[in-house]
Structure formats: structure tokens, C-alpha cells
Write a protein that binds this ligand. Structure first.
Ligand SMILES: C[S@@+](CC[C@H](N)C(=O)[O-])C[C@H]1O[C@@H](n2cnc3c(N)ncnc32)[C@H](O)[C@@H]1O
Length: 209
């Protein structure tokens, strides 16, 4: 069985804590959190009645920002250390909850059908194999309300092993078969790899006519 990068033992106790420390002390961590939050807020046009899903929530900082301006935020991650720290980070908020991804075939099995208005995976799928991404898309089809939105990025090429390049055509094929609409597609880059080439996609759950 393939394993996504963050699934490896190196990201779990006690090395997982080291990884979290590295993340939080990396250059301009909070500046980037604010930039990412604002970008997602604008793209998804988040409003106070929204029920949000944050896939790969990390330390919970983006979800925490949105818990102030939305009805409910569901966060999930494959890394238990990040989830533990995110829960502490958000302990004074009563509308944000955290879930560990256990089943890779049905990763969102903690959510009811048509329960989410808007979802995002910020800098997460760039680390995932295509089968993982497709499994998430299948689940998003189930949990997103009609017209629900999903924002994410993926990697096409990179010189660093932490990023997993995937086949653009195979992904777009899956998106079409699942009847998502591509609302916007734009280039995505990362400050951590100048050779990175990726795409940011905004999908809508409405059916094509
Ligand atoms: C670079 S961090 C981004 C954290 C956060 N989304 C942000 O933008 O600050 C990547 C996160 O994705 C999580 N992750 C990686 N693969 C995942 C998967 N298949 N399902 C859920 N979370 C995953 C990692 O554990 C980590 O918390």
C-alpha cells in the first residue's frame, strides 16, 4: 500500500513534535497563515452561515481564524500530533472540532451527507498521491451541499521529495467523472521550492447540464 508523506513515522512522536516546531518557527509562519486565511476567505466567499471543512488542518491556525466568522469548522488531519496541538490551540472555541483520518478509502466518514457548504485543503494535496486525492474528491461529492465549493492545490513537478507530482489529466478526468465543475484554475507556486510547478483549483459541486 502507498503511504502519503505525512503518514510516515518520522512525523509521529517524538519526531512529529520536532516537525511541528520546525513548521511554527519557520520564516514568517504567522504572516503566511494570515495570507492563506485571507486568500481562502476571498476565494470561498466565506459567510457566517457557512459550515466549513479544513482538510489537513495542521496546527489549526487557519481553521481557528474562520471559526470566528462561520457557523462551524470541521478540521481533519492524518497526523495525531498536529491534531493534539491544534485542539489546544483552539480550546476556547466551541464551534471547531478535530478528527483523525483513519480510513484512507473513506477519509471523511466522520461527516454526514450534504453537511458542508465550503471546504479547503491548504498546502495538503501537494504532499499526497493521486489515489488519496481522488478518494477525498469522492467523499467531497457526498459531504458537500449542492453548489458547495472546494479549494485545493496539487503538484505537477518539483525538485523536492516532500512534494508528490501527479498526473494532471488523470485528476481532471476524475473531477469530470464526479461531476464537479472547475470554477477556477490558476498556477500555484511555493516559497520552499523554486522548481515547483502546481495548480490551484476551485471546484463547485453543482452538476453540469
Ligand atoms: C504543510 S501542512 C499545512 C497545514 C495547514 N493546512 C496550513 O495551511 O497551515 C500539511 C498538513 O497536511 C496534513 N496531511 C498530509 N496528508 C494528509 C492526508 N492524506 N489527509 C489529511 N491530512 C494530511 C499533514 O499532516 C499536515 O498537517
Amino acid at each position: 500500500m502507498y503511504k502519503d508523506i505525512y503518514y510516515d513515522d518520522i512525523f509521529f512522536n517524538p519526531t512529529g513534535l520536532k516537525h511541528a516546531q520546525k513548521l511554527i518557527t519557520s520564516e514568517n509562519y504567522y504572516k503566511r497563515i494570515i495570507e492563506k486565511s485571507y486568500h481562502i476567505y476571498k476565494k470561498l466567499e466565506i459567510i457566517e452561515t457557512d459550515t466549513l471543512l479544513d482538510i489537513g488542518s495542521g496546527l489549526g491556525d487557519v481553521g481557528k481564524n474562520f471559526s470566528k466568522i462561520s457557523k462551524q469548522v470541521y478540521c481533519c488531519d492524518i497526523n495525531q500530533n498536529f491534531l493534539n496541538m491544534a485542539e489546544i490551540n483552539c480550546q476556547n472555541r466551541n464551534n471547531i472540532s478535530f478528527y483523525k483520518i483513519i480510513d484512507f478509502d473513506t477519509p471523511l466518514n466522520f461527516l454526514k451527507d450534504s453537511s458542508i457548504t465550503k471546504a479547503y485543503a491548504s498546502e495538503v494535496f501537494v504532499h499526497c498521491y493521486i489515489d488519496t486525492i481522488i478518494n477525498y474528491l469522492k467523499e467531497l461529492k457526498r459531504v458537500l451541499k449542492p453548489n458547495g465549493l472546494f479549494l485545493f492545490e496539487y503538484c505537477i513537478e518539483s525538485s523536492r521529495s516532500i512534494f508528490i507530482p501527479i498526473d494532471k489529466n488523470k485528476l481532471e478526468d476524475a473531477i469530470n467523472k464526479l461531476n464537479f465543475n472547475i470554477i477556477k484554475s490558476e498556477p500555484f507556486t511555493t516559497h520552499t521550492d523554486k522548481n515547483f510547478n502546481g495548480i490551484k483549483l476551485l471546484l463547485s459541486n453543482e452538476k453540469k447540464i
